[in-house]
Design a protein. Structure first.
Lengths: 109, 858
């Protein structure tokens, strides 16, 4: 297994927003899902995940709720707000343009 | 929205902190569970989870930071910390806050005053359109001619001040009125609050018996009666119908004006219309006109005005007339004074800031231990800097609030400090402009307090740099104090020159008052003379009254009584301007009672009657000017419009009747005439000044009991009139002296504080030097040398600044040059001396310490 690559700057917000857009999840699960969905390529550092979550919450894009998990332990679940959904669309759009542009440069047709 | 979230986070911060801990703990548990599932022992899993997570506390800090409440929390912490620290050192806090309060208070009050009087727009619509003619053109005839002819400007005219007797409920009262053209209110753009203003037809003779009241008169005398319109008032014994009441804020031409009357354009009164000059122009530029177009139109207009005179006017008439803005003309007199005072308070504020800045630096050095401890405990440098700035701002804020209180007190005192005739003072007191001055002063202070500590290297570490900076601050403070002291000395010297000036009038306890009455008591000169004789008898019956004399105006009243004269042996070309003589009408005892000596010839006596030879007495310098080395007795002079010559019968010693500063330069000489032979007794409304030698104060009742129609006003003494005439210089000098004294005290206190502190820091060095055998005087010199250098350089700089700035004081000075050696030598000497004394005390104290003790200290 190759070393998990560092996150491209600015993409953490997108990944978090995308991950919680499906259903409310807690921090641990967010990190796990990103790791699993990317087939262990993207590894989110806990040290940056939680500050990012708090920042997004402060921006009003995500909301949090404390409720029990399947195992019965109480945890903080994050979900997308209305503004967050809009922001996700913006971030996705940005990402599409960026990846297309990068592809054009590094793999010209 | 974001701010709301932030605020919510701030209010819930304890709860949020708990939540955060839970969240992170949950993460760790999950990690551990996963690791155990992967086969690790619980013990190892716990350690590994921690390792994987990284430093928890910094993540927690970072999460908190993301909530963006840290800033507020720090601010709250800094504020409460500062307040606690200030309470802990009350002396320091009190001195710092008081010093700042003084500086901010004085500066706020005088900046506000200067703004309110000099820069705030006048209370008329479009005040920038209001203009006046700065000199040369006045009088009813010339101004109404301008009004008819001008295409650029709507000209109106007014009598600045006119005294009228109002006879009401059995008593006569003197009121100040103004006679105006019908278009004055329209030019100013103000309409009455009740009734209406004059119409054009009110200027026609016979239709002019109307009056408009001031709000003040309406309220005080007529109890704000809304039915006052149409009522008749007896003014100078004639009925005038009340036409309107002006709004409260209307104070044109002066705040003391109580009523307005229309002019009467009676062409038979040639003398009044073309010969009187006590009628001033004011105008409003018509739409599209500018000062330039109005000025270019003026010259040809004045030619037409000159040819409209019923007699030939000199070609020079109105040659220097210029159209100027009314607001600028209004404040011309007070401008230098107000700017000087505002500037002085600004210097004071700078000195205060310098002083408190030095206090803060010194305190910073004392707090080294605290800072080092906090750095060791993990406080970041920016964090400490922010705390220091917060402390400074809180000090400034506390000083500012107390300063505002001081400013309010000063503001209340303004009317006693400024002469009554200061323009716009009434307006200022009604609607103070304090906020502006306060904001300006606080801005300056805050600016200084965020830069001084930065310049001083924000003494987190003691260094030579800080010490040098402290000394430099002292130098600057002393420079500013020197400038202030020089200004104060210049004004003080002026005041001294004025108050000790020999005016040629030695009487000071003479009582004087204005006496006025209407035509029924004084219909012709003979009856007037009889009235005066009867008044004299009535008064002299009272044993407390010794002498009674009469004149047209008391000395130092600044009233103008001049006459354009033809003088024997000094013929003039027809188009040359005539000689202008000061003219005072006098009763025989006048000279004696004022202390003016008759040097040659005889004083007036009872043989000088209207039908006897017309006589006059001239002053000594007038005699010297016109008849040097000749006997002036028997020479003759006459008014230019009169055929009858007056013969000079005596020469009197020189006396400054106009003001302490002498006569205006355009007056060529001084002439006295007998009251019996003057026009003052032939005016329908008698207005004279009485001069009394008495010890009692019941005499006005004697007059009023005998003649209820007589009004007595402006009762005062000659000494008070004299003092009054230098009121402007006195108030400036007093205030500047106060500011200079404060500046001096602050500067010297600053020197003392810094040197004491420096000496305390150097006790060890001093101890070693003493132990090694240095004589005490050498150590004192060592401590003093810095002060001496700072004070010498500082005062030199201050002298240089004052040397450049003193020309702005020029119009306020009298008998003193702007580079008065007394001020420029004495002031720096005082400062250097005071600074040296202030520094010597701590220096000597430092050498008194026992070297053995100081060396063993730590």
């Amino acid at each position: 297994m190759s070393k998990p690559s560092d996150l491209l700057q600015g993409t953490l917000d997108l990944l978090i927003l995308k991950t919680i857009s499906l259903e409310p999840v807690h921090g641990w699960a967010i990190a796990k899902r990103i790791q699993q969905s990317s087939s262990d390529v993207l590894l989110v550092q806990q040290g940056s995940l939680y500050p990012a979550l708090h920042r997004l919450e402060q921006q009003g894009w995500i909301d949090s709720e404390t409720k029990p998990t399947e195992s019965g332990r109480v945890a903080k679940f994050y979900s997308l707000t209305k503004a967050g959904k809009k922001q996700l669309a913006i971030e996705l759009n940005k990402w599409d343009r960026l990846s297309t542009a990068v592809s054009l440069v590094v793999r010209p047709a | 929205m974001k701010l709301l979230l932030r605020l919510r986070s701030l209010l819930n911060r304890d709860h949020l902190d708990d939540q955060l801990s839970d969240e992170l703990a949950f993460h760790l548990e999950q990690q551990e569970a996963e690791l155990i599932a992967n086969g690790l022992t619980p013990q190892a899993a716990k350690l590994e989870a921690r390792r994987l997570f990284g430093p928890i506390s910094s993540t927690r800090e970072e999460c908190r930071d993301k909530r963006r409440t840290q800033y507020f929390e720090d601010l709250l912490a800094d504020t409460s910390f500062t307040l606690r620290a200030l309470r802990k050192s009350p002396t320091f806090s009190l001195i710092a806050i008081l010093t700042l309060a003084l500086g901010i208070g004085a500066n706020t009050a005088f900046f506000s005053t200067a703004y309110g009087i000099l820069f705030k727009p006048l209370p008329y619509p479009q005040p920038e359109q209001l203009v006046t003619l700065n000199e040369g053109v006045s009088g009813i005839g010339p101004i109404t001619t301008l009004r008819t002819l001008s295409k650029t400007t709507n000209y109106a005219g007014y009598v600045p001040s006119l005294d009228l007797n109002l006879f009401d409920s059995g008593e006569a009262t003197k009121l100040r009125a103004s006679r105006t053209t019908h278009n004055l209110a329209a030019v100013l753009g103000i309409t009455p609050q009740l009734g209406r203003w004059f119409q054009p037809e009110n200027e026609r003779p016979g239709l002019h018996r109307f009056v408009v009241l001031s709000d003040h008169l309406w309220r005080t005398r007529f109890h704000a009666n809304p039915n006052i319109l149409g009522q008749k008032l007896l003014l100078n014994e004639r009925p005038f119908e009340v036409l309107g009441v002006m709004p409260p804020a209307f104070s044109f031409p002066s705040p003391q004006t109580e009523l307005w009357l229309p002019i009467s354009l009676d062409n038979r009164q040639v003398g009044e219309i073309w010969g009187g000059f006590n009628f001033q122009p004011i105008g409003r530029l018509k739409p599209g006109a500018t000062l330039e177009t109005a000025q270019s139109e003026l010259r040809p207009l004045i030619d037409k005005v000159r040819s409209s005179f019923p007699w030939r006017m000199p070609d020079a008439y109105g040659a220097s007339a210029t159209v100027v803005r009314h607001d600028q003309e209004l404040i011309k007199q007070v401008q230098p004074k107000l700017l000087v005072l505002a500037g002085a308070t600004f210097l004071l504020l700078l000195i205060a800031c310098g002083n408190v800045g030095n206090l803060l630096l010194a305190r910073g050095i004392h707090r080294q231990r605290e800072f080092s401890l906090r750095v060791a405990l993990g406080a970041s440098n920016p964090r400490l800097l922010r705390q220091l700035l917060t402390e400074n701002l809180i000090l400034v804020l506390l000083g500012g609030v107390s300063g505002l209180a001081i400013a309010l007190i000063l503001f209340e005192a303004l009317p006693t400090v400024f002469p009554k005739d200061t323009p716009r003072l009434d307006e200022l007191l009604v609607s103070p402009t304090l906020p502006l001055g306060a904001v300006a002063s606080l801005f300056v202070t805050i600016l200084l307090f965020t830069t001084i500590p930065l310049l001083g290297g924000l003494s987190l570490k003691p260094s030579r740099h800080v010490a040098k900076f402290s000394i430099t601050l002292i130098g600057v403070e002393l420079a500013l104090a020197t400038t202030l002291l020089i200004a104060a000395t210049l004004m003080g010297h002026t005041l001294w020159q004025l108050s000790t000036k020999d005016t040629g009038i030695s009487a000071t306890n003479l009582i004087t008052a204005r006496i006025s009455t209407g035509p029924s008591l004084c219909p012709n000169p003979e009856r007037c003379q009889a009235l005066l004789n009867d008044l004299n008898t009535t008064l002299l019956n009272d044993p407390s009254i010794r002498n009674v004399n009469w004149t047209n105006a008391a000395p130092f009243d600044q009233d103008f009584a001049t006459v354009a004269s033809a003088i024997e042996d000094h013929p003039k070309q027809p188009n040359e301007p005539a000689f202008v003589l000061w003219q005072s009408a006098a009763t025989p005892g006048y000279f004696n009672s004022l202390g003016i000596r008759i040097l040659q010839g005889r004083p007036f006596d009872n043989t000088d009657q209207p039908n006897s030879q017309l006589v006059t007495i001239i002053s000594q310098s007038t005699a010297r000017r016109f008849w040097p080395n000749q006997n002036p007795i028997g020479k003759r002079l006459r008014p230019v419009y009169d055929e009858h010559w007056r013969t000079i019968i005596a020469v009197a010693s020189d006396a400054s009747l106009h003001s302490l500063t002498g006569y205006p330069s355009w007056i060529n000489g001084v002439q006295y005439i007998p009251l019996t032979q003057s026009r003052f007794l032939s005016e329908r409304n008698l207005q004279l000044s009485i001069l009394l030698e008495t010890t009692g104060n019941t005499w006005p009742n004697l007059l009023k009991q005998r003649y209820p129609g007589i009004a007595v006003s402006n009762i005062t003494t000659l000494g008070a009139l004299r003092d009054n005439s230098i009121e402007s210089q006195r108030s400036t000098a007093t205030l500047l002296t106060l500011f200079a004294a404060l500046g001096l005290i602050l500067g010297i206190a600053g020197v003392h504080g810094v040197i004491a502190h420096r000496a305390a820091q150097r006790t060890k060095e001093i101890g070693i030097r003493m132990a090694l055998g240095a004589p005490p005087w050498q150590l004192v010199r060592m401590v003093l040398s810095e002060t001496f250098l700072a004070s010498t350089l500082g005062t030199t700089f201050g002298v240089a600044v004052a040397w450049l700035l003193s020309r702005y004081l020029k119009t306020l000075l009298y008998g003193v040059t702007i580079h008065d050696p007394l001020a420029f030598i004495l002031s720096p000497a005082i400062l250097i001396l005071a600074a040296t004394i202030a520094a010597t005390i701590p220096a000597i104290r430092a050498t008194r310490t026992d070297p053995a003790l100081t060396l063993r200290q730590d």
